[in-house]
Design a protein around this ligand. Structure first.
Ligand SMILES: *Cc1c(COP(=O)(O)O)cnc(C)c1O
Length: 390
């Protein structure tokens, strides 16, 4: 059997809508992007949404719009996709990592204040696997120290916790429509903000700093434009927006299906295979389902699963141990022990609405078999709890 790691949910009506756009005159940022932005902003209940080409671009623009620059420090987690830290590098600031919670993998809010210096300007929490960080605590810290919060919500469009959602408590939140994300246009991203002023600035920043858009130039009488700031070419196009509009309408139905699949995995793995836990106040977006196995045997387990035809991934190996960050900042193994342990232990298994019951059964059987064969005499993931107490 072959079970892909991910299969998208682009439907024939999404394709029809994109087809319609392709047959129209206007392919770049225009009415379809505005339609999608309106729908996205309405879905989250946040005033402004700005469509861009990726979540990486959206993090870069959000940092720029909030004035983060050379000499500043930005606090974030080492347990994320490398783009989270790269975006901080793009603006010339320094990423300052804070270790993660041993039960969720999210940034440990209780450790953030130790990392704040006179240079700290912002925090980028990442809602790992779709579970929101402890944003109530992070908001309090940000208010006390006058820091900007930019949420990396690439996994978390649908997430809820207590009374908040992605973007509710941050100054900005950044989303991804990359090929394996919950809704996708192959590549794509979105920034949401509460402030009209920042929204206007972000619209300019995504469009090379031009004071008028291509749509304005096309629909109105010719005017010269001016450029008063350095923007980037990060604008979302109408083709991608038309693929995403329909997917957003079904996003909660698709979440329900991933929730059922996650619960099926949970029932079978309970007491046998360790996993991140879900905080009681949390309704995660269920973006990824990861298991935590013995770090010594992780790669062998990963390969065995692949040999059985099961698509797997590692989300994530910690950012501070990549060459670039080691060379630049001198990070070493042991600097963020919890993130390192999770990074060495984690395997993501397939989680998407198109999974069939027999594929799910095949996956769980394979995981149990492989983990039992390989992990004989091992103490599995339980040593993580010791790591974080020391
Ligand atoms: C996918 C991802 C990104 C980057 O998204 P792109 O749209 O590919 O730029 C950023 N952060 C996290 C946590 C991600 O998983």
């Amino acid at each position: 059997m072959k079970v892909e790691f991910y299969r998208h949910n682009i439907s024939s009506s999404d394709i029809q809508r994109a087809n319609h756009t392709l047959r129209s005159l206007f392919l770049t940022t225009g009415a379809e992007v505005a339609n999608f932005e309106r729908a996205f902003s309405k879905y989250l209940g946040i005033e402004h949404a700005i469509g861009v080409t990726s979540c990486t671009a959206s993090l870069h623009l959000a940092l720029t719009a909030f004035g983060i620059r050379k000499g500043d420090e930005v606090i974030t987690t080492p347990l994320s996709f490398v783009a989270t830290a790269h975006a901080i590098e793009y603006v010339g600031a320094r990423p300052v990592f804070v270790d993660v919670e041993n039960n969720t993998g999210n940034i440990d809010a209780t450790k953030i204040e130790h990392a704040i210096t006179r240079k700290t300007r912002a925090i980028i929490p990442v809602h790992l696997y779709g579970q929101l960080c402890d944003m109530l605590t992070i908001r309090k810290i940000a208010n006390k120290h006058r820091l900007v919060i930019i949420e990396d919500a690439a996994h978390a469009i649908e997430a809820r916790r207590n009374n908040y959602r992605s973007g509710s408590l941050g100054d900005a939140a950044c989303f991804s429509f990359y090929a394996t994300k919950n809704i996708t246009s192959g590549e794509g991203g979105m920034i949401v903000v509460h402030s009209q002023e920042k929204a206007n600035l972000l619209k300019k920043l995504r469009n090379t700093g031009l004071s008028i858009t291509a749509a304005d130039r096309y629909t109105k009488m010719y005017r010269h434009y001016d450029v008063d700031l350095l923007g980037w070419k990060y604008n979302m196009d109408n083709i991608r927006a038309s693929l995403l509009i329909g997917q957003l309408k079904h996003i909660d139905r698709l979440l329900k299906r991933r929730e059922q699949i996650s619960q099926y995995y949970d029932r079978i793995f309970n007491g046998i295979i360790d996993r991140p836990s879900i905080t009681s106040s949390s309704r995660p977006a269920r973006h990824l389902y990861t298991i935590w196995v013995d770090s010594e045997k992780r790669d062998a387990i990963l390969r065995s699963l692949q040999k059985k035809g099961i698509g797997v991934a590692v989300n994530f190996r910690p950012i501070h141990l990549f060459q670039y960050y080691r060379n630049k900042y001198g990070y070493r193994p042991g600097d963020f022990p919890v993130a390192e342990h999770i990074g060495a232990s984690t395997i993501s298994i397939p989680l998407y609405p198109k999974l069939t019951q027999s594929e799910m059964r095949y996956i769980t059987r394979a995981v149990l078999l492989v983990a039992r064969d390989i992990s004989k005499n091992s103490h599995g993931f339980r040593d993580i709890r010791k790591v974080s107490k020391s």
